[in-house]
Every structure is written in structure tokens, then in C-alpha cells.
Design a protein around this ligand. Structure first.
Ligand SMILES: [Zn+2]
Ligand SMILES: [Zn+2]
Length: 414
């Protein structure tokens, strides 16, 4: 049986027994579907009710189904203007492919379409001929954990800087692939214009952060000042930076100070002798002074380092787009066969996307496949691979995982 037919039949069986809730106000949303290897190849669909959506899923069993963060009066009309836009949720997408975690050296690979060179790890251009390479990206607990940290970082910004709470319709789901989606479905944000959404993104990603405007600057008499930390007046980024600096300065050793502040080890050691004084000054709004131009350089370097550790790594393009469509929560992801599972806020810390999004093979079913190429991977609490051109009998979920991304071929059953 061909792969596409096999996967479609499994997806259909899943939707036959598992109704999908769909997004709130689903009759006002535009939907789109995708096919094997194509995330979206049809848009401008609409459903009047949850029943209609579920009937569609049972009958068509699409490989991907997405919905608009926007609400429209006429979601199926086209062109876009004819839909009559009402408002749009905020949606942030986080993807392991956007983070340069060390584990990518272990599980990712690249191949040059021009000269055929290939190798492990993540890179942009071929090491032999410079051509843009095709990437093979996989995920593991480490990179998905790093993505989850980004989600927590966003939650912190939303709650503490923007004053939103779980009551403001915040919902998180696994993407079913390499990350998470966070939706904010609240009147507080739904009427934000595109430029306003970009402004939020600038804030979250610390684009063009202006240290001087935040209160960190060199005065005319060459003192480097900051908002006094002890009075608790600093808000937003100023507070985040102060807290981060204080945390760093109270734990850093000489080598960390030297690396991140770009100063010599002897200078760093001298600084450490004054650690208590430096921290006390920071509380009063004064940053420790060095001879010559070093003051501005040292603090500039430390502030830049602090920003890197605090800013959000989020897909800027999709996060400001009000006409985009994103995966419907609790539907299947066509390149993994995993569920884009909704995760309650309080369940997120313990959530394991490589375990809890597995839906196939619950009855112990196995499938024999020819695994073409795969690194070691973990799924459903079991370890698999690495594989290279070998016939293996796998639990159904692992076989579907490989088949869906084109890393395996189906074998005829005896
Ligand atoms: Zn090449
Ligand atoms: Zn990884």
C-alpha cells in the first residue's frame, strides 16, 4: 500500500473516534488544509459548526488543518477583503528549528543538492561548493525543552509586562511537530493593528532596545547610572535587566566576568573583591566605575549579554500577520502523525511532547517499514534508531512518524 493512502487511512480512523473541539467562534474562522508534504494547499474553507468540522475531518482526513487567528463575517469568501475582517487573536509560534541548540549537531543533517556533499549538524551553505543546503531537522527532549523555556519566557512577559492572565483566553498547544503555539484570545488584544502587533514583537524580541531610554547611560561627568533597583520603580525591560545584572554579578566568577564583560582576568578578580559594593551601588542607581573608557564598554557588554538571556526567540513574520492560519489544536500533524495537543497552563512544566502527543498504536499495533535514514530518536517513551536503509518492525506511532516525514518506506504485509 502506498504511504499516502496508509497514512490517510490511519488519520481517518483517528478522527472517526476522536471528535475535535475546534477553536472558539469557529464559524467566523477561515480554515485551510494540507496534503502529504504540503502544509497548506487549500484555503478559504469555513464550517458553520463543530459537527460540520468533524464531519469534514472524518471524510477528508486532511494531513494538516489550520485556522485563521482572524475572525471574519464571511470566512470563505475571497479575496481576503471580501471576508470582512472583525478582529484577530494574538498567536505566537515557537519552533525548535529557530533555536541553535547543541543537540542539533547530534540529530540534524544536511545535504547539498548541487554537489552531493553531506554531513551532520545544522548549517546554511554547503562546505564544498557554497550552495544552500537541504536540511534534515529532527527534534529531541533537549531542543523541545529549550522551546518550552521560550514559552515560559513569553508567559512571563504577557503576565508581568502586558498585564494579561490566563483569564484572558491564553491557550497553549504543542504544534504536533517541533514546538508550541500560544494563542491569546481576548478582547484586550484582538483589536490591535498590525503595527501594534509589530511593536509588541519588538518589545518581546528586544529589537532596537534603547538602554538610554530605559535609564542606563553615561552621564556628562562620566558616571554610568541606572534606575535604582531598590526603589522598585523600574518596570518592564529596565527591571528585567537590573534583576539579571544583579543575579549575574552575585554569582559570576572571574572568568565569567572576563568573558561577558570583555575585561582581563586581573581586572575581573579586582572587581570580585568589591562585589558587595557593586551590588549595593546597583541598588542605588549607580554602576561601578572603571578607569578610562572601560566603564561604558564593560556595562554595555554586560547589558547586551543580559538582553540575549532575556529576549524572546519567536518567529517574527508569523507572529504579526493577522491573516495567517495556524494548526487547529488537537488535530494531527501531517509530517509526524503526532497530535497538536492542547496543554493546560499548569500542566506545561511537566508536559512531555515526545510522549503525550502520541496517539497511534495504543493497542500495541506494529508496522514493518524500511527505515531510510534517521538519527536516534525518542518517542512514546521508547528509543529508536539510528537507522540507515534497514527493515524494522516498529510500534505504529514510530512507523507513522518516519513514514510521514519521508524517512521510511512501507513494506507489503505478509
Ligand atoms: Zn555542494
Ligand atoms: Zn534536539
Amino acid at each position: 500500500m502506498e504511504v499516502v493512502g496508509f497514512l490517510r487511512e490511519r488519520f481517518r480512523a483517528y478522527y472517526a473516534k476522536t471528535p475535535v473541539a475546534g477553536p472558539p467562534d469557529l464559524a467566523q474562522r477561515e480554515f485551510g488544509t494540507g496534503d502529504y508534504g504540503i502544509k497548506i494547499n487549500q484555503r478559504h474553507l469555513a464550517f458553520r459548526s463543530r459537527e460540520e468540522l468533524n464531519r469534514f475531518l472524518r471524510e477528508q482526513a486532511p494531513f494538516y488543518i489550520s485556522y485563521s487567528n482572524a475572525y471574519y463575517n464571511y470566512p470563505d469568501r475571497r479575496p481576503m477583503e471580501a471576508k470582512k475582517f472583525i478582529k484577530a487573536d494574538l498567536v505566537y509560534e515557537f519552533d525548535a528549528d529557530d533555536l541553535k541548540t547543541d543537540c542539533k549537531k547530534q540529530h540534524d543533517a544536511w545535504k547539498c543538492g548541487k554537489c552531493g556533499a553531506n554531513g551532520p549538524g545544522l548549517l546554511e551553505n554547503c562546505t564544498s561548493c557554497g550552495q544552500r543546503v537541504e536540511r534534515e531537522e529532527w527534534v529531541c527532549g533537549e531542543c523541545l525543552g529549550a522551546v518550552k523555556k521560550q514559552v515560559f519566557r513569553l508567559l512571563d512577559f504577557l503576565e508581568n509586562d502586558f498585564g494579561l492572565s490566563a483569564a484572558d483566553g491564553m491557550a497553549i498547544n504543542s504544534s504536533g511537530g517541533k514546538g508550541y503555539h500560544l494563542h491569546v484570545r481576548s478582547e484586550a488584544v484582538q483589536h490591535l493593528s498590525n503595527p501594534a502587533r509589530i511593536e509588541l514583537l519588538d518589545y518581546l524580541t528586544a529589537a532596537n532596545l534603547d538602554f538610554k531610554a530605559l535609564g542606563f547611560y553615561l552621564t556628562e561627568d562620566h558616571r554610568f547610572v541606572c534606575p535604582p533597583r531598590s526603589r522598585g520603580e523600574a518596570l518592564g525591560w529596565a527591571r528585567r535587566l537590573l534583576d539579571r545584572l544583579a543575579e549575574f554579578l552575585s554569582t559570576a566568577d572571574a572568568s565569567a566576568l572576563s568573558v561577558y564583560g570583555r575585561i582581563g582576568i586581573p581586572t575581573a578578580k579586582k572587581l570580585l573583591e568589591k562585589r558587595e559594593k557593586i551590588l549595593a551601588d546597583l541598588d542605588k542607581g549607580l554602576m561601578h566605575q572603571f578607569p578610562g573608557k572601560q566603564t561604558e564598554q564593560f556595562w554595555g557588554n554586560l547589558l547586551a549579554y543580559a538582553v540575549e538571556g532575556l529576549r524572546l526567540d519567536v518567529d517574527r513574520q508569523t507572529s504579526a500577520d493577522i491573516s495567517k492560519i495556524v494548526r487547529v489544536p488537537d488535530t494531527l500533524h501531517g509530517s509526524t502523525g503526532l497530535l497538536a495537543k492542547t496543554v493546560a497552563l499548569e500542566a506545561l512544566p511537566a508536559f512531555d511532547p515526545l510522549k503525550e502527543t502520541v496517539v497511534f498504536g495504543g493497542g500495541g499495533e506494529t508496522v514493518k517499514v524500511k527505515a531510510l535514514k534517521a538519527p536516534r530518536f525518542s518517542l512514546g517513551g521508547e528509543g529508536f534508531g539510528p537507522y540507515s536503509q534497514e527493515v524494522v518492525e516498529l510500534p505504529e506511532f514510530a512507523a507513522i512518524y518516519l513514514l510521514a516525514r519521508g524517512a521510511a518506506e512501507l513494506l507489503p504485509r505478509p
